[in-house]
Structures are given as C-alpha cells and as structure tokens.
Design a protein around this ligand. Structure first.
Ligand SMILES: Cc1cc2nc3c(=O)[nH]c(=O)nc-3n(C[C@H](O)[C@H](O)[C@H](O)COP(=O)(O)OP(=O)(O)OC[C@H]3O[C@@H](n4cnc5c(N)ncnc54)[C@H](O)[C@@H]3O)c2cc1C
Length: 396
C-alpha cells in the first residue's frame, strides 16, 4: 500500500490552502450577512481551475480524478465552516464529471468549456416533493418526440438554484421515460435552468448561508436528443456513479471542516482558564479531543480509500461497482456522523461563546448537518452497507 500523494496533488493542496486562507476565510462573515457567495471567491476558484476541475483537458478543465478532487474538497471544507462554498464545489464537480463521461459530444462541446471557466454551473435535480430516497416513486416525465424530449414535472429541495439562475447552467435531472418499467424506465437528461420557464420557490436553509436551495415546476419544456446523458432507460444505474462521487467529496469536506473545528477547539482550551488552570489540562476534555481526532483520522483514511477505489473502478481496475458503493457509503456514514459530533464537541469546549452566532463551530454544526441528508441520507448509507454485507435478498 502506498499512502503517498503525488507531487501534483501536494502542490495543489498547498495552493488551495493558501488561496482559502487568503481569499475565502476572511470573507465568510460577509457571505453570511449577504447570504451569497462573494463573486471574488467564485472568480478566484474559477481562475485556479477549481470549478469544473473534473472536466477533461480537451474542454479546458483539469481532468482531475476523484481522489485529487477529494483532496481539494477537504481544503474547501476547512475554509468555509458554513459548508456553502463546499456545496458549490462538490455538486458542480461531481455532476459535470458525469456529463464528461456520459454526455453526447454536442452537449459536452456546448457546456463543458463554460463549466471549466466557472461561467456555467452543473447541479443535480433528483428529489421531488413526494420522494427523495425512493427514486422509483418519481413522477417527473420525459416524453420522447422527434429530435428530443418534452419535459414536465417538479423537483424539490435542490441546491444551487439561485447560483445557477445567476451564473447560467442547469441540472442533471432524473426523469421517468418508461413509467411501467420502474427503475428500468429512468433516464438522465441535462435540463438547462431557465427561471422564465419554471415556477421557482426558494427555501430558507438551516445553515449554508451563502448557498441557495429551491424547488421548481416545469411543463412541456423541449430539449434536443443531445441532452440525454447515457442511454435511455439506463439512468438509474448511471446516476449512482454521480451520487457516489458526490458522497466521497462530502466525506472529505466533512473531515476538513471537523479538523478545523478541532484545531479551533484545542486552541481555545489552551487559552481558557477555569479552576486555576487552562481547561486543556482537564483529562475529561482531553479524552473527548483524543476520541474526535482518532475518529476524524479514520474517517479521512476511509474517505480517501473510497475515492481511490472509485477511480480504480472508473478505469476498469480491481473493484466492482458494488465494492465502490459500499466503501463510499461507509465513508459518508462515518465522516458525516463523526464530523458532526466532533464539531459539536469543539463548540462545547468553547462554552457560552460556542453557542453564539460569532463562533465558526455554530456555523459548521448547522452546515455539516446537511450532509447527513443530502446526496443520500444516513439511513440509505446504512442500507447500502447492509445490502453488500447480507446480500440484497435481505433488504426486502
Ligand atoms: C441541504 C440539502 C440539500 C439538498 N440538495 C439536493 C439537490 O441538490 N438535489 C436533489 O435532488 N436533492 C437534494 N436534496 C434532497 C436529498 O437528496 C433528500 O433529502 C434525501 O435524498 C432524502 O430524501 P427525502 O428528504 O425525500 O426523505 P425520504 O426519502 O422521504 O425519507 C425520510 C426519512 O426516512 C428515511 N428512510 C427512507 N427510506 C428508508 C429506508 N428504506 N429505511 C430506513 N430509513 C429510510 C430517510 O433516511 C429519512 O430520514 C437536498 C437535501 C438537503 C437537506
């Protein structure tokens, strides 16, 4: 086994750390007040190639693999405790990867160069008002017509709606194309977002103040055949490749945010005094800290292994799709659970200040909580682990 990062990966991590400390961290307060990711941050990320970094080089991107994208995700997670910028980073990169892999040449030529420049954003629209986990219950329809598809339906609780409205882009969207066939009748279509043609409702989130969230309804929208992603009726299998990439990135973001919170908490413990000594001297707090540090290190190693396995499988080596689904589910389950616990502990060590709106751990607690739901809930991660351990016949 070789845990060494390549020279390029190390350099990229250092560059992103430097950029984050200089350009992201000082602007978080401003972002929370304005409830919007500052343009300077988006522009800076685009300049470094971090938006659309998975887009192949021939379309102007970096062609980064999943592990390298995960290494950057951890840094972005450290830099923005609200998890707003990490959401933009992870959704855009994971789902534009899926288009790079399965999109038609025309879609890739028309879309990906702008994604690589940060001039368009790619999101995922799967969830509907009456279903999230259970994809087979979806009702949005894509009807095949000559030269394209007619799209009607409603998508709910979708990240980045305002960002995509303002910047441009659209969503990898999940549709029924053959409703009688259940999950064998699902297809993926890139649906450009056009607010004029959609009835949009924005939703206020518990955290992630700089990000945006909303639902939109549409009927009789027409897109060309070139918007189909992968084969018709094969969407159920393909969409999971996107979810797994996104889940691996969420795991790394959670580890980054938790590590930063533990550093903040440890620093506070060394400064704060109670009963005549620094609170860092109390073994009760030391043991909590040690437990959190150990768990986050284990979660990071598992997350990196899962992303490495993802890359291997994508290149046809060593692992099956099921091996990858299980390892990614383990990574997402432990990273998001343990990160939330670690951030909560770091908040606790900071006493009353920890509960105030000025404390980054208060922001992180609300932001990182979203990852126990988004891109597949905690329970669905456990179902995948159980399915791969017991056999799928035991899930019925
Ligand atoms: C902040 C945030 C951002 C999001 N962004 C997006 C986005 O960009 N695009 C998008 O498409 N969706 C997005 N979602 C939606 C997200 O994917 C869903 O919330 C998630 O898939 C769960 O679906 P649901 O909310 O409909 O819950 P349901 O599927 O209705 O489930 C309700 C509860 O039951 C549990 N449950 C369901 N089935 C089982 C089972 N078989 N066994 C045990 N427990 C079960 C679930 O885990 C959950 O706790 C986002 C959600 C959040 C919170």
């Amino acid at each position: 086994m070789d845990f060494k990062l390549s020279e390029e990966q190390k350099l990229l991590r250092e560059t992103v750390r430097e950029f984050s400390e200089k350009e992201i961290s000082p602007r978080i307060g401003d972002m929370i007040r304005k409830r919007k990711i500052p343009e300077e941050i988006k522009n800076g990320m685009a300049k470094l190639g971090l938006l659309g970094m998975t887009v192949p080089e021939e379309y102007g991107g970096m062609g980064a693999d999943a592990l390298t994208t995960g290494i950057v995700a951890e840094e972005i997670g450290r830099a923005d405790p609200t998890a707003s910028i990490p959401v933009l980073f992870l959704v855009d990169n994971a789902w534009s990867y899926l288009i790079s892999k399965y999109g038609t040449s025309k879609l890739k030529e028309n879309l990906l160069p702008d994604v690589a420049k940060g001039k368009k954003i790619v999101g995922i629209a799967s969830t509907e008002p009456n279903f999230g986990s259970d994809l087979s219950s979806m009702t949005s329809r894509a009807t095949k017509v000559n030269g394209g598809f007619i799209l009607s339906g409603e998508k709910a609780f979708i990240s980045l709606v305002r960002d995509i409205d303002e910047t441009g882009g659209g969503f990898v969207t999940v549709f029924k194309t053959d409703p009688a066939k259940g999950t064998d009748g699902i297809s993926l279509i890139f649906m450009p977002y056009d607010r004029k043609q959609m009835e949009t409702m924005f939703i206020e989130e518990m955290g992630r103040e700089g990000s945006s969230w909303g639902s939109f309804k549409f009927s009789d929208l027409q897109v060309g055949d070139d918007h189909l992603i992968g084969e018709i009726n094969r969407g159920f299998r393909i969409v999971h490749e996107g979810f797994e990439f996104a889940r691996g990135l969420i795991s790394m973001i959670s580890c980054g945010a938790a590590s930063k919170s533990l550093e903040n908490g440890a620093e506070y413990m060394k400064q704060r005094r109670a009963f005549g000594r620094e609170i860092a001297r109390f073994q009760g707090l030391q043991f909590d800290l040690a437990q959190d540090v150990a768990k986050i290190e284990a979660a990071r190693n598992t997350s990196m292994k899962a992303l490495w396995m993802y890359d291997m499988e994508q290149n046809g080596k060593m692992f099956t799709r099921f091996d990858v689904s299980k390892e990614i589910a383990i990574a997402k389950f432990i990273a998001t659970t343990w990160a939330f616990d670690a951030i909560n502990d770091a908040l606790q060590w900071q006493g009353a200040y920890g509960y105030s709106k000025d404390c980054p751990e208060e922001w992180a607690l609300r932001g990182i909580r979203s990852f126990q739901l988004a891109e597949g809930s905690r329970e669905i991660m456990k179902l995948i682990i159980a399915r791969e351990t017991l056999g799928k016949e035991y899930l019925r």
